[in-house]
Design a protein around this ligand. Sequence first.
Ligand code: DAH
Length: 347
Amino acid sequence: MSTMKETIEQIQKELTELKAASQKEVEEARVRFLGKKGSVTALMEQFRSVAPEMKREYGQKLNELKKSVTAKIEELKEQAAAAAVELAPKQDLTMPGDPFELGSRHPVSIVRQEIVDIFRKFGYDVAEGPEVEDDWHVFEALNFPPNHPAREMQDTFFVSTGHLNPLLLRTHTSSVQVRTMETHPLPIRVICPGRVFRNEAISARAHCIFHQVEGLYIDKNVTFADLKQAILLFAREMFGPDTQIRMRPSYFPFTEPSAEVDVSCNICHGKGCNICKGTGWLEIMGCGMVDPNVLEASGIDSKVYSGFAFGMGVERIAMLKWQVNDLRHYFENDMRFLHEFATATEV
Ligand code: DAH
C-alpha cells in the first residue's frame, strides 16, 4: 500500500492533467475526488490514524490538496459552462419574432387585374404579345399606310437593329389584336393587357411608359350595338351600377366607325366638378368596328366576319377610380402613396 505522501503526489499529478469536456464530466471528476468514496475524502479519513507528531505536516498538505482540487473543479466548471454557451443556438428563443412587412400590389396592377377579371366574366380570353414589335403589327396591319399622318399621333421609340425593317417599342396594345387575328381560330374574344411606350415628355397627364388593355371581338354579325352593350356592362362593373356612358365620333385608322367613350363622372354624378372639368363626363377609352382592311390584312374575310375593338389606358382608369390627379404618382413608387392601396386591398 502506498504511503499517504505518495497518494497526495499522485492526486496532484492527476489534477494537473485533469480535463472535462462537459459539465457532466466535471461532476464525475468532483465525485471521484471529493465524493463520499472519493480519493481526497479517503485521505481525510486516513489522516485520523496519522501519528500525532506528523499531523501538522499532513494536515497542511491535505488542506492544500483539497483547496487545489476544489479550485480546479471550479475552473473546469466555468470552462464547461462557457463551452455550453458557445454551442447553444445564438438566438433567444423566448424573444418575439422580427415582424417583416408584407408587400402589396401596385395600384396599376390592381386596376389591370380588375379590368381583366371583368372581361373574363364576360367570356374573354387573355392574350399577350411582345413589347418589342415590328412595323407590321403596330402600324401596317392596323391600316396605317407608310407615311400616313396618323403615325405621328404616336411618338414611336425605334430599336436600332441595322436591319431594313426596324423594330420598335409598341405604342399601343392594338398590336396584340393583329397577332391574335393571325393565329387564333374564329370567333375571337380576347383582351390584351400590356405595357406600351411613347416618346412623350413626362407630365401630370403623360408618361413615356404606361399600360393599356385592348379588347377584340370578331364573329359573324357583330354590330355596333354589341360594342355599346359590352362597354356599358364594363363601365358599370368598374365604376358602379348607376354609371352612364356616351359615345362621341372619333377617328382611328383601324376602326370604322370609331368613337371615344365617356362615363358619367362618379364624383359629382353628372353635376360637374373639378375632375370632369364641369362637363359631368370622363373619357375612358377609344373603340370602334374593326375596319375591313384590318380584318383582310390578317386573312379574315370581311364579308363574312365583323368585329369591334376597344382600347383603354390602365393608369387613366386608375386615376379616375381613385381620383388621383397626377399620373406620375403611379411611377415614382413613393411608399406613402403605395401604402394607401396596401390597406385598401388587404381585405
Ligand atoms: N390604340 C389606341 C391608342 O393607343 C386605342 C384604341 C382605340 C384601341 C380604338 C382600339 C380601338 O382597339 O378600337 O390610342
